[in-house]
Write a protein that binds this ligand. Structure first.
Ligand code: ADP
Ligand code: MG
Length: 240
């Protein structure tokens, strides 16, 4: 579904991604871990076209998005993203937050988008909040709205960038639950998170990133219990 070959990304003289190679298969849940500054967010942003790349190739659904002639917006519509800090529109009600994308981009009617948004809100357990403003919701509820908003674009892949790191501990579970449900339904997901329970329960594969490359990858149980590289061992020693 996603194929990344020799991906490089620099900001000026700072080389953030050095040589990233990975394949993401349909319906796979890939968890990305690694120290702060190792390039995890930049990697996700490259996958949905939020960053231009400096080198290498990213192919999504057989379209090379790094090719200068590709209509990147068309491909990247299929790649949804959920951010650490929700990034909701604060002046819009919950329902409008979810429908604005599909109405503008997918050219769906208000009736269609409202009905679809209500269905998704039900799925994330927030049917009763459609008329609230984001600031009236808890962090966990806001993050579930953000997931609903991403789902409204009918993505084929969802990218999550530390979706629970900005939440109070008691709200982490409700967001992870929604993510687990999506995984069970077969959604393809790339998740940057240090929630090891989630990684073990729903992750098919874990990638450990450090210094702009993938140092090691493996099944969650293997990687967490028997890491091969010193850097992985040392990182896991700090967070487990
Ligand atoms: P992570 O998500 O693993 O913490 P990031 O991808 O956010 O890492 O950042 C990797 C490195 O790239 C950091 O040193 C960060 O300061 C730098 N960086 C990220 N975005 C930019 C940017 N837009 N301009 C300059 N440097 C950036
Ligand atoms: Mg980050």
């Amino acid at each position: 579904m996603i194929n990344v070959e020799h991906l490089k990304k620099s900001f000026g003289i700072l080389e953030v991604l050095k040589d990233v190679n990975v394949e993401i298969h349909p319906q796979e849940v890939v968890v990305v871990i690694g120290p702060s500054g190792s390039g995890k967010s930049t990697f996700l942003r490259c996958l949905n076209g939020l960053e231009t790349t400096t080198g290498g190739k990213i192919t999504i659904f057989n379209t090379e998005i790094t090719h200068p002639k590709t209509n990147i917006h068309q491909v990247c519509q299929k790649v949804g993203m959920v951010f650490q800090r929700f990034n909701l529109f604060h002046h819009l009600r919950v329902l409008e937050n979810i429908t604005i994308g599909p109405r503008k981009v997918l050219k769906m009617s208000k009736e269609e988008t409202d009905a679809f948004a209500r269905k998704i809100l039900e799925k994330v357990g927030l049917a009763h909040k459609e008329n609230s403003y984001p600031d009236e919701l808890s962090g966990g509820q806001q993050q579930r709205v953000a997931i609903a908003r991403a789902l409204a674009m009918k993505p084929e892949v969802l990218l999550f960038d530390e979706p629970t790191s900005a939440l109070d501990p008691e709200m982490v579970g409700e967001v992870l639950k929604v993510m687990k449900d999506l995984a069970k339904e077969g959604m393809t997901m790339v998740v940057v998170t240090h929630e090891m329970g989630f990684a073990k329960e729903v992750g098919d594969r874990v990638l450990f990133m450090d210094g702009g490359t993938i140092i090691e990858e493996g099944k969650p149980d293997e990687l967490f219990t028997a890491p091969k590289h010193e850097r992985t061992k040392s990182f896991l020693g700090k967070i487990l």
